[in-house]
Write a protein that binds this ligand. Structure first.
Ligand code: PEP
Ligand code: MN
Length: 372
């Protein structure tokens, strides 16, 4: 069940306190608060988790701070979009807004290798007005003999450079809950020069204990990558673990699925699912053209396949792009084949702007038909 409070309700008001206390008194029910800051007003939703079949909707609607109460029957109870809850989640983290209506670009290093490369990357992003990046410190590798990422050791200089170049959010994969503590500790010691979005990699899409650990903290938002070998529905259910554990600030990332039919690309690119995720869920949708295409190679039109895949996702309404860049791709220690050269950053961003403008025009046209 979801209890929607009156718009703009003051959390220090008597009606709010009375309502909250009444909800907290419901036996066997766990309560989760979710606040969405919209452009016009802040909406507070309270999720009642547990068996709510015996709870009267009318009684809850009679509480002073309550606008309406919804019984949710959809499969994805918190992250799912349904007839009653038809608005996307929107949240702000460290000054950056994430929603189904805007676009953020996270270009950066697949794996941090050297301080110099992290600095070159962030400096270039800053010069192009970008405030987000990706920086892998903990790398899940196919072989135990491959470079495993610099781990905690690189965090101080990565965060320092981010602060220096105005980077507000770094997407960083965690493969163990210990990594969340390491990231928090270093950020705190340094006075929070930047923010981190915790990434759940495709290999951990159904690592339910990791999902619970990442979901039960409220400090960092989460980028959840779809599982490469499970159904879309199984992936959305897995993302729901994050929300069920308490963190609703989740972005769903499409990164291709493993199939030989995707060859010569690394995976079968699945960006046709951008509108599907937006229809089924309230999450902003990310695309990762690097790990899906897996090879930075040009088509006869002069455009890199990764540029093409990016445009395909954006023209369908993607809200975030996670993409591998490197100052000198051949020397990248992880996924060098798919890294785009930093010298192409400007071109890439211009290409993205074209695709986004086309998407805006397409939605205008839908509005003119009275359909959006
Ligand atoms: C990554 O983004 O660095 C990564 C390992 O991606 P994925 O989990 O999608 O393979
Ligand atoms: Mn990679």
């Amino acid at each position: 069940m979801i209890v929607i409070l009156k718009p703009g309700i003051d959390i220090s008001s008597a009606e709010y306190q009375f309502t909250l206390k009444a909800l907290m008194g419901l036996a066997g029910i766990e309560i989760q608060l979710h606040t969405t800051k919209g452009f016009q007003e802040t909406v507070v939703e309270i999720y009642l988790i547990g068996d709510t079949s015996h709870i009267s909707k009318d009684n809850l609607e009679a509480l002073p701070g309550v606008l309406r109460v919804l019984r949710i029957s959809s499969e994805y109870k918190i992250l799912g979009r349904n007839q009653e809850l038809n608005n996307g989640f929107e949240f702000e983290y460290n000054g950056v807004t994430f929603s189904q209506n805007n676009l953020n670009i996270f270009a950066g290093l697949c794996a941090v290798d050297e301080l110099e490369n992290a600095e070159l990357m962030m400096k270039a992003l800053h010069q192009h007005g970008q405030v987000c990046t990706r920086m892998g410190a903990y790398k899940p590798r196919t072989s135990p003999y491959s470079f495993q990422g610099l781990g905690k050791a690189c965090l101080p200089y990565v965060f320092e450079m981010a602060g220096k170049y105005g980077i507000k959010v770094i997407a960083m994969e965690v493969t163990h809950e210990r990594h969340i503590e390491e990231i928090s500790e270093v950020l705190q010691q340094m006075g929070n020069p930047t923010g981190v979005m915790l990434q759940i990699g495709t290999r951990n899409a159904q690592n339910f204990e990791l999902l619970r650990a990442v979901g039960s903290q409220q400090t960092f938002p989460v980028l959840f990558k779809r599982g490469y070998g499970i159904t879309l529905s199984e992936s959305i259910h897995a993302a729901e673990y994050l929300a069920h554990a308490g963190n609703h600030r989740v972005i769903f990332c499409l990164r291709g699925v493993k199939s030989l039919f995707g060859s010569p690309h690394r995976n079968m690119v699945d960006f046709a699912h951008v509108p599907v995720i937006r229809r089924l869920t309230r999450m902003p949708v990310c695309i990762d053209p690097s790990h899906s295409v897996g090879i930075a190679i040009r088509a006869p039109d002069g455009l890199n396949d990764i540029f093409h895949a990016t445009a395909q996702g954006i023209i369908s309404g993607a809200n975030m792009v996670l993409v591998d860049f490197h100052p000198t791709p051949p020397t990248a220690v992880v996924d060098s084949r798919q890294a785009i050269a930093l010298s192409d950053l400007n071109w890439y961003l211009e290409d993205i702007a074209i695709a986004r403008a086309a998407y805006d025009k397409r939605t205008q046209l839908a509005k003119q038909q009275g359909l959006a």
